[in-house]
Design a protein around this ligand. Sequence first.
Ligand code: TYM
Length: 321
Amino acid sequence: MRVLSGIQPTGRFHWGNYFGAIKQYIELQYENDGFYFIADLHALTTVREPTVLRANVRDAALDLLALGLDPTRATLFVQSHVPEVSELYWILMTGAPLGLLERCVAFKDKEARGIKADAGLFTYPVLMAADILAYDSQCVPVGEDQNQHIEVCRDLARSFNAHYGETFVMPSARILKETAKVPGTDGQKMSKSYGNVLALFEDAKELRKKIMRISTDSRPMEEAKDPETDHLYQLYSLFATDEQRLEVRDMYLRGGFGYGEIKKRLADVADNFLEPLRKKRQELASNPETVDRALASGARRARTVASDVLARVQKACGIKP
Ligand code: TYM
């Protein structure tokens, strides 16, 4: 099965990115034909400093490789290295109803927070549709916040197929229930734009400090608490073994514990998981050619697929003989 997903290089990846999406990329790379890319064209809607964008793309590649993405199994590439996608974007734009884009919450949310919208931000879901359709993708592993964009992609594919004849493969989102919306330090969805993130490759001491500052309610220690509605428990569950999780669940149900104790346990399990990854990342960072080679061969492979799909689309809509 062709699996595809993208991630924006807008800063360091956080726990939400990993547990919502990247972990799925890695799990799916063994049995499927995985295509994973760093969405630098999408990032242009927010990162407008060239040196920062270049550094972010590099960091994103290092992070993905350190986390376990294997470029000999999956195709890892940078979005802009496949120019076919940009042409497909335009073709899809000509059939994208304005009302459909106006309803997209990611855009509405940014606008509501006073971020001045430009055409790039507004048509962002169409570029995402081009990303997905350019590779005949069947399965798109993402977190909950991308679901609506994948629905837009399906709508655009459906109406193109209805008008020009069967051209695009219909993709489906793959969203895992437990990790669809990983909470941040304040209990809202973890997101760079909310300033509530716990980064994956944060310095260990800094990370511990941030964990100790996770917001909690002010109920007395003696009181029993419902673990299922508590974001600290949800964060702990991401890293804990079943046994560790059940022990903490029991503490919640019994009461008589302080949140500080759970935070310490969270810092320990997170550190256990992250320490070997930090080492692997350091090793990779000292071998930049390995990363360049992986991205170059990924782009070659991705272009081969995308140019075939684009030729099919061009033919269907009459812009090439
Ligand atoms: P981006 O860069 O915002 O996020 C990358 C992935 O991380 C997931 N994610 C989360 N999952 C669970 N809980 C959270 N708190 C959380 N925060 C982020 C996102 O759902 C996403 O899967 N538009 C996309 C990038 C993109 C793309 C594509 C994705 C461009 N083209 C084509 C799929 C297919 C984005 O901005 O993701």
